[in-house]
Design a protein around this ligand. Structure first.
Ligand SMILES: [Zn+2]
Length: 260
């Protein structure tokens, strides 16, 4: 099997155990959770305009809008309280349980925890989440203690509350998990599978995810989206919602993952 050469420095112990076996990288966007009833406020459709979102999701101004910021996210948390993982979340979680987190990498732009609710135990949230708080002075992320985000929650490190914000990554804020995208691009071989689900590639284009040797319609680049964009990068395109397209591709994915 024609894997790319890994510089020794990139190898982790987990990689050594599974070398030669294809890995599965799943990159998801709002379309994955849309069928669970979560509004895609970040893309500005629905009732949220770009102007109102900028007021509550901007790292440069959040401190002066602090009360509105917490109110906004607590409204989103209340809205999503009854959202359930859908068939696509469950299938992805099953795959991670079946082939292990060393082989199945779940990378999402979504801030909900529906993948975790479905049983996934290692999810990279590129844009943060709604279950943690971040102290901007200490750069410390800590779990929320109550269902809602408490605006008076003090940082466990410095004891201050004023510096604490919701754990969602705002516009103009550093997104530390993006470092994983560079690693993904370096380590992805020709045999690995890459699936993009429900993303318009507006924030992160395929060029930032795939190694350049896989630009173009690579047979193991798969795309599932009811309105597919950037489809020239994908050898397999399923123009359907996640809960339809993913089960359809599941037998092929299982065959390739088990072929190692
Ligand atoms: Zn602190």
């Amino acid at each position: 099997m024609g894997g790319r050469f890994h510089p020794l420095g990139d190898l982790q112990l987990a990689d050594l155990d599974t070398r030669g076996a294809p890995r599965l990288y799943v990159f998801s966007g709002a379309g994955l959770s849309a069928e669970s009833g979560l509004s895609t406020f970040r893309t500005g459709d629905g009732i949220w305009t770009h102007a109102s979102i900028d007021e509550v999701c901007n790292y440069l101004t959040w401190r002066r809008n602090r009360a509105a910021v917490f109110r906004f996210y607590n409204e989103r948390i209340a809205e999503s309280a009854h959202a359930q993982p859908n068939a696509a979340h469950r299938l992805l979680a099953q795959w991670q349980q079946r082939w292990g987190a060393e082989r199945v990498h779940l990378i999402t732009q979504n801030i909900d925890d529906l993948l975790e609710q479905a049983g996934a135990h290692a999810v990279t949230h590129l844009h943060g989440d709604m279950v943690s708080l971040l102290c901007t002075d200490c750069d410390l992320r800590f779990p929320k203690a109550t269902r809602a985000l408490d605006p008076d929650a003090a940082c466990p490190e410095c004891g201050r509350a004023a510096s604490v914000k919701p754990g969602v990554v705002f516009f103009n804020e550093a997104a530390p998990e993006y470092a994983k995208l560079h690693r993904l691009q370096r380590e992805m071989t020709d045999d690995d599978l890459f699936i993009a689900i429900g993303t318009a590639f507006e924030v992160i284009p395929p060029e930032r995810l795939l190694p350049s040797v896989r630009w173009g319609a690579h047979a193991r680049n798969l795309l599932i989206d009811p309105a597919p964009r950037c489809d020239a990068f994908f050898g397999v395109v399923e123009a359907s919602p996640a809960t339809v397209g993913l089960p359809k591709l599941a037998p092929m994915i299982a065959r390739l993952m088990d072929a190692a």
